[in-house]
Design a protein around this ligand. Structure first.
Ligand SMILES: CC(C)(COP(=O)(O)OP(=O)(O)OC[C@H]1O[C@@H](n2cnc3c(N)ncnc32)[C@H](O)[C@@H]1OP(=O)(O)O)[C@@H](O)C(=O)NCCC(=O)NCCS
Length: 143
């Protein structure tokens, strides 16, 4: 058993959250992509979300990051965080929650599926695209 509290983040949590952002990036083998900087240690898990909008289905909660330190996994902390986020989504009239998961992250995929998540890439054929800033600048400034 571990004792823990799930609560909304405050500006004072920035250092710990940044440490966890880096740990999650390492877990996803993308550590050198993290550009932010900070120092500290206090918090063992976090989720980061924001609202977005889909013209077909309306307001959505987008789960950007979700991470619990390895030694604290399996105690229900992740499930409690996801419960809080689900409560927030329902209270704020979101029609669903969207997120992306790495193809190889089978434990998380199974975890989400058990909660009722649908794999839209498989089901509807969506692919994730990115236009990097240098291309944005080019597009934006092209005559
Ligand atoms: C996904 C994650 C946030 C869940 O947090 P948690 O605190 O371990 O969650 P819980 O204790 O509530 O367990 C929920 C589920 O997580 C999975 N889980 C539990 N322990 C785990 C571990 N050591 N490693 C990976 N997944 C684990 C299990 O599927 C579990 O479901 P079950 O109890 O029905 O088998 C956490 O495992 C994690 O940070 N994983 C690495 C990062 C990651 O994959 N993030 C999601 C990216 S989309």
């Amino acid at each position: 058993m571990v004792n823990y509290t799930v609560r909304p983040a405050t500006p004072r949590d920035c250092a710990d959250i940044l440490r966890l952002i880096k740990e999650l990036a390492k877990f996803e083998e993308m550590e050198n992509h993290v550009k932010l900087t900070e120092k500290g240690y206090n918090i063992v898990g976090y989720a980061m979300y924001y609202y977005t909008y889909d013209a077909w289905i309306g307001k959505l909660l987008y789960l950007e990051d979700f991470y619990v330190m390895e030694e604290f996994r399996g105690y229900g902390i992740g499930s409690e965080i996801l419960k809080r986020i689900s409560q927030t989504a329902v209270q704020d009239h979101c029609s669903s929650m969207h997120f992306i998961v790495a193809d190889w992250n089978h434990r998380s995929i199974n975890f989400y599926k058990k909660l009722g998540a649908a794999d839209l890439s498989k089901k509807e054929g969506w692919r994730l695209f990115e236009i990097k800033k240098k291309h944005l600048v080019k597009i934006a400034t092209e005559e």
